[in-house]
Structures are given as structure tokens and as C-alpha cells.
Design a protein around this ligand. Structure first.
Ligand SMILES: Cc1ncc(COP(=O)(O)O)c(C=O)c1O
Length: 482
């Protein structure tokens, strides 16, 4: 075989067709089993060392395991997010049709950083930006960019804040000069916010930590006081980062009130709506986002509450020209001195250089599933969460951290008269047992020294019966540890 023939063999369309058909059949079988709650664990637990050993053995054992067998075994061992009892982290069970669109992007491998590398994705991206601009209530000045994930999305917006609000040209001259730009946040913000402040070299003091109320929402009535305090410390407050909603408890901050404060003090309002932006679709829950149209920037994760495979994030800017300030730098080999505001060469405005065709995937989702579909999805998940909260508070031996804002609930088993430390260990053991036996996938979080079981009712197929069964299971498992 000569070199060219050897290179050609892996690209055989015949093999691709054959394996592809088998692959789709396997995935369809998985879907059928998962959504019908057939005898399959949500997460088939194996310890990290055990699973690594399994894959170490079959990596180069010379057995020539057929591709389809390799894939089918892996699917069995995956965490099954389409199972209605997957109610753990905020990662969606993707719409299968949209997952197929993502498959197209992986084979075509068009970058979406410069237009000529991924023209279709860029054109679609622009349309999705317009669509979300309308949903938010922005005008024609708005613009946006796609990033790989909400953490990168938050960094992108926060870099723009730093550049726009600094006392000097921080991009060129660095953070050592002038006053440090501060971000007013709560400890309920996603950890990427604090991390980004540190990535930007602003240090811990630049985090102006706002108190939050019993619902874990920012005490916006204290903004003035904390603003003044920061100034006295030599920090120049540049922005408020509002949660819509927060990660741990799904609490929405009062955006309208915060926006009022920002406008009176010339601060940037950044809304982290990575999780909670789905409420934009809902007549019933849209009020949770009242004031979002006043935000200078908004982050939206489509791979959370919009059923899109990850990672797929949109960062919106009310004044689109601001998005060019994030990376005030030129990569001349890519852009050849063209005018800067070429929206279709998005690498000018993103952290990533090579970027996948995120716009294509998002466009597919919103082309084939309309507003009514997403409204129904959001309403049904938020409604079910409220009903789960009532189940908890109405059942002896259970308590919840707070009333839900979105579709997240923190709760715990608390039969009473048990020391908090013991209760924490008990709930950690309960969660560990439930996760490992594969009956549900739930997570845990700590709030104020208390360990809570945490669910995100993100799967569109989870029902009241599933949630009732979860409480029965928690109670049942708890008896094994007492
Ligand atoms: C409010 C919020 N912002 C940002 C993120 C980070 O998003 P990603 O995981 O896409 O980086 C999360 C993740 O859970 C989140 O809940």
C-alpha cells in the first residue's frame, strides 16, 4: 500500500456510512431505554481508578475491538442525562435533532472565528444574536458573540468592563496603573466570576462582596453603602454582576433595582443568566428577568435550560460596539488590517481562536423548536420545582434551604434533634449511596455550613412521581445510616 492509499483508508465513505448507521441505531436504543426508565442506572458508578484500569487494559491490547462494540460499551457507562431521574448538575439532556446538527459540525469542522472558515455558522450566529436581542428587549445597537461556555462568556464580558471602565488603557498599560476596577458580586455568583477577577489580575480586593437575603438574592438596598466602602478602600467599583439565577439555589436578583443603581452611578450591569435566561420565553416566569433589557451585558448558556448540547454560550452586549473592547488587540495574520468592526470575523472579540460552529447548533434548535415549545419546557420545569418544594415542606423529616426561584432546589433530610455536623455527614452519605446505586443522579452543595442535597429539574421528562420517589428513596436510604 502506498502512502496515499494508506491515508485514504480511514476516510472511506463506505465505512463511515456503515459505522454511522450502527452508531445512530445504538444512540436511538439508548434514548428509548433512558426516556422510558428501562432498567438502566442513571449513572453506572465505577470508581475513577477502576474505570481508568478498564480503559488502560483495552487501549492497545491488540484485540481489535469493533468500533461499534467500543461505542456501545461506552454508552452504557456514561452518565445518562436523558434518564428522567437525572436531576443533578445544570447540564441538559440535548434535543436529539440538535445533537445530530452538532455531529455535522464535528465532521465539517468549520471554525467560527473568521468568516471564510465557517460562513454558514457565522450567518446563523448573527440571526440567533438578533433573535435573543429581541427576546431580551434590546434595540438595534445590540450585538453578541458566542463562546465555549458560560465561564468564558463571563470573562469576555468582564474584560470589556475592565477596558471600558478603567481609568487608563488597561489593555495596553496593564493593571498596575491607576485605581483597581471592582466588581460588586455576591458569594452566590458562579465561581467563574471570582476566578475571572483573579485571572484579570485585579486581586481579591476587587471583589466587592455584597450581602444576600434569605432567598440568596443580592441585597440591592445595600449597594450604595458597599460602593462607598469600596471607594474608601481605593477600589473603583466598575460593575455589578447580578445573578439570573444563582448557581447553588437558582435565586434571581432584582435586576430592575440593580439597574437603577448602576445607571445612577455609571456602573456596568452584567447579568449572569447562564442558567436562568430560559425564562425569557415564558409569559408566566418572564417577570423574574424584569430589567434585563437594562443590562450592559448578558450571558446565556444554551446548554443549560435550552436543551442544546454543550458547550454553547451567547454573550450579549446592549451596545454592540462595546464587544470590540474586550480584546483590544489585533491578530494581523488573520484580519489583514481590515476595518475592526467586522462582526463576521468573531475572533476579534473572543478568547478562542479556533471555535466550533456554535451558531449552527443553536440555530438548529431555535429553527425547529419555537418559542411556545421553550415556554412550555420552562413553565413545566419551574412549576414542577415549586411542587417539589411543597412536597418537601409538607413532609416531616425534610427541609429546604429556600423557596425556588428557577428549577433548582436545595433540601435535606432532617428528622430533628441531630447535631449539624452529623446531619451533614448523614446527607452526604445519602447522596453518595443514591448516586452510586444509580437510582437518581443528584448533587450536593454547602450553604452556610450546612450540607444540602441539590436537584436541578432540567430533564423535560422528569415527573411529580419521580420527585415523590426521590423523597421516598432519601428516607429509605437514611434508615441505613442511622
Ligand atoms: C450562573 C452560572 N454562570 C456560569 C456558569 C458556568 O457555565 P459553564 O459551565 O458553561 O462554563 C454556571 C454553571 O453552572 C452557572 O450556573
Amino acid at each position: 500500500m502506498n502512502n496515499a492509499t494508506q491515508n485514504l483508508a480511514p476516510f472511506s465513505p463506505g465505512t463511515f456510512r456503515l459505522e454511522g448507521h450502527k452508531l445512530i441505531d445504538m444512540l436511538a436504543d439508548y434514548l428509548e431505554k433512558a426516556i422510558n426508565r428501562h432498567e438502566m442506572p442513571v449513572l453506572p458508578w465505577s470508581a475513577p481508578e477502576e474505570l481508568t484500569e478498564i480503559y488502560s487494559k483495552c487501549f492497545d491490547d491488540g484485540s481489535e475491538e469493533p468500533f461499534s462494540m467500543f461505542i456501545s460499551k461506552a454508552i452504557e457507562r456514561f452518565n445518562h442525562l436523558h434518564h428522567p431521574r437525572y436531576i443533578g448538575h445544570q447540564v441538559t439532556s440535548p434535543l436529539p435533532l440538535v445533537a445530530l446538527a452538532q455531529l455535522v459540525t464535528t465532521l465539517m469542522n468549520n471554525g467560527a472565528a473568521v468568516y471564510e472558515m465557517g460562513p454558514v455558522a457565522m450567518a446563523m450566529e448573527k440571526n440567533i444574536i438578533r433573535y435573543f436581542s429581541g427576546l431580551i428587549g434590546y434595540d438595534d445597537n445590540a450585538d453578541g458573540i458566542f463562546t465555549h461556555g458560560g465561564s468564558a462568556g463571563n470573562l469576555t464580558a468582564m474584560l470589556a468592563v475592565r477596558q471600558v471602565k478603567s481609568t487608563h488603557n488597561v489593555w495596553e498599560e496593564g493593571v498596575v496603573k491607576g485605581l483597581r476596577t471592582g466588581f460588586m458580586v455576591t458569594d452566590q455568583s458562579h465561581y467563574s466570576i471570582a476566578r475571572n477577577v483573579k485571572i484579570m489580575g485585579l486581586g481579591n480586593d476587587a471583589l466587592i462582596r455584597m450581602p444576600f437575603d434569605d432567598h440568596f438574592s443580592m441585597r440591592s438596598d445595600l449597594l450604595e453603602k458597599y460602593y462607598e466602602k469600596a471607594l474608601k478602600r481605593g477600589i473603583l467599583p466598575a460593575a455589578v454582576v447580578a445573578n439570573a439565577c444563582s448557581t447553588a439555589t437558582g435565586s434571581y436578583d432584582n435586576l430592575e433595582e440593580i439597574a437603577g443603581f448602576c445607571s445612577s452611578h455609571n456602573l456596568w450591569l452584567h447579568v449572569d443568566a447562564a442558567h436562568g435566561a430560559g425564562a425569557l420565553f415564558s409569559e408566566k416566569y418572564r417577570h423574574l428577568l424584569k430589567g434585563i433589557e437594562l443590562a450592559d451585558s448578558v450571558v446565556i448558556d444554551f446548554h443549560k435550560m435550552m436543551l442544546v448540547p454543550g458547550l454553547n454560550t451567547l454573550v450579549m452586549f446592549r451596545d454592540g460596539s462595546r464587544s470590540y473592547e474586550t480584546f483590544a488587540q489585533k491578530a494581523s495574520y488573520l484580519f489583514k488590517g481590515q476595518a475592526e468592526k467586522e462582526w463576521y470575523n468573531s475572533a476579534l472579540r473572543t478568547l478562542e481562536c479556533t471555535k466550533s460552529s456554535l451558531g449552527f447548533v443553536a440555530y438548529t434548535a431555535f429553527k425547529y423548536y419555537d418559542r411556545a415549545f421553550f415556554a412550555n419546557y420552562i413553565d413545566s420545569r419551574y412549576d414542577l420545582t415549586r411542587s417539589f418544594y411543597r412536597m418537601i415542606t409538607g413532609r416531616p423529616g425534610f427541609e429546604a434551604a429556600t423557596e425556588p426561584g428557577a428549577n433548582i432546589v436545595c433540601f435535606r433530610y432532617n428528622p430533628g434533634e441531630i447535631d449539624n455536623e452529623v446531619l451533614n455527614r448523614l446527607n452526604a452519605s445519602i447522596r453518595d449511596r443514591i448516586m452510586k446505586d444509580g437510582s437518581f443522579y443528584i448533587v450536593q452543595t454547602e450553604l452556610d455550613g450546612k450540607l444540602w442535597l441539590r436537584v436541578t429539574i432540567i430533564n423535560p421528562l422528569t415527573t411529580e412521581e419521580d420527585m415523590q420517589l426521590l423523597l421516598d428513596t432519601v428516607e429509605d436510604v437514611s434508615s441505613k445510616f442511622q
